[in-house]
Design a protein around this ligand. Structure first.
Ligand SMILES: Nc1ncnc2c1ncn2[C@@H]1O[C@H](COP(=O)(O)OP(=O)(O)OP(=O)(O)O)[C@@H](O)[C@H]1O
Ligand SMILES: [Mg+2]
Length: 362
């Protein structure tokens, strides 16, 4: 899967950018504030329907405009069949997504069309931040390999919301609470089965990715499902009923799941340098891409913001070699052109120079 053309209108300082993308390496260099991250943000918007920098998309729309548009031709499959994917967001809050002219109903459909991975200056949070980051990482993978996961996830979210709403009420009817609990238990269990199945399948690709990078040691992980396994979830909810009522929230379930990642038997975030943490994040995301390719036959797209600031030259080379081996298309940004000249010497690529929101082909 790769983008063959990209059109960006009114995304931050990018008023009108039209580029022909390279199917493999796309390097975007330019001064601070020139618009490099905005270009990655535009691609991310197209693949996720949201930004990785700001919750409120009004901030992302160019200050002088009332709507943003991102569109691309997406080539997929062995025959490289191309489809036109586009999104539009107005400052009044309207969001539209289209595939070959037909309206898409949810951002899950965008995600399915454009599987992408982003690595930027905040990516170390995958290991150092809270469990939500790791659940998102995990659910990205499960979504792409398990059909019907979105539907299951939505039913779970809805049921959990209903149960929490009830818990927030002053007077709770225990029978009504137990009805919601009985609905929630199998949904949590089904999510757990899928997450665990995915993590098992990720073990071998992760070992391969870790082995491709020097200095990571023995990486292992285990899944915490969000409750005490020995008791079973129905028992946990029964035992926790008064606590749930007192705290007015559901304290256990799939929404409390986590992936515990260890290096040489110790929690990775506690024992690694920041650079090693970042490298492990690369390994985790590349392992996901590798397993995605194995299960779907498609490669996914990588957005690497300011790679030269993130990794040393040697590790940058290793990351790019891995991406090339997987056949991924990638967009890498950086301030200085010379940081890339040696890196891409033997790699088919396209360089772009970004200046004040205008892209020039080098
Ligand atoms: N809504 C907006 N409308 C117009 N311009 C904006 C808007 N939001 C941000 N900008 C400007 O867009 C420019 C590009 O920002 P961006 O973060 O893409 O730069 P960059 O090339 O990644 O810089 P750096 O090398 O510092 O990371 C900045 O000058 C910023 O002030
Ligand atoms: Mg930037």
């Amino acid at each position: 899967m790769y983008l063959s053309n990209l059109d960006v209108l009114q995304v931050r300082n990018l008023e009108s950018v039209h580029i022909t993308c390279h199917p493999q390496a796309n390097i975007i260099f330019g001064a601070n504030g020139s618009g490099k991250t905005s270009l990655l943000e535009a691609i991310y918007l197209l693949g996720r329907g949201r930004s990785f920098r700001h919750r409120d998309l009004r901030v992302v729309i160019n200050q002088a405009a009332t709507e943003l548009v991102v569109a691309a031709r997406v080539a997929r499959g062995s025959d490289g069949k191309r489809r036109q994917l586009g999104i539009k967001r107005t400052s009044a809050g309207q969001f539209e997504a289209r595939l070959d002219g037909a309206s898409l109903q949810s951002s899950a459909q965008l995600v399915a069309e454009l599987p992408l991975q982003l690595i930027d200056a905040h990516s170390f949070m995958l290991l150092e931040g809270g469990p939500q980051q790791r659940r998102q990482f995990l659910d990205w993978g499960v979504f792409h390999v398990e059909h019907g996961y979105t539907d299951l996830w939505r039913r779970f979210q809805k049921t959990l919301k209903q149960r929490n709403q009830l818990l927030r009420h002053g007077r709770i009817d225990p029978d009504v609470l137990r009805t919601w609990t009985a609905e929630l238990v199998p949904l949590c269990e089904q999510i757990t089965v899928r997450r665990e199945r995915y993590l098992e399948a990720l073990r071998a690709p992760l070992q391969d990715a870790v082995a491709a990078f020097d200095g990571l040691g023995e990486v292992s992980f285990e899944y915490y499902c969000g409750w005490d396994r020995k008791l079973g979830l129905a028992e946990v909810y029964k035992a926790d009923e008064s606590r749930d009522m007192a705290t007015k929230t559901t304290n256990h379930g799939a929404h409390r799941g986590d992936v515990i990642i260890k290096v040489n038997g110790q929690p990775a975030a506690d024992h690694f340098s920041r650079g090693q943490v970042k490298l492990l994040v690369y390994a985790l995301k590349l392992a996901q891409a590798s397993y995605y390719k194995e299960s779907s036959g498609e490669s996914c797209l990588f957005l690497l913001d300011d790679l030269p600031a993130e990794l040393d030259y040697f590790h940058r080379q290793q990351v790019m070699a891995f991406l090339n081996k997987l056949g991924c298309q990638y967009f890498i940004t950086g301030v200085d052109r010379q940081d890339f000249t040696d890196l891409v010497e033997n790699i088919p690529h396209q360089m772009f120079h970004m200046e004040h929101g205008v892209v020039a082909v080098e």
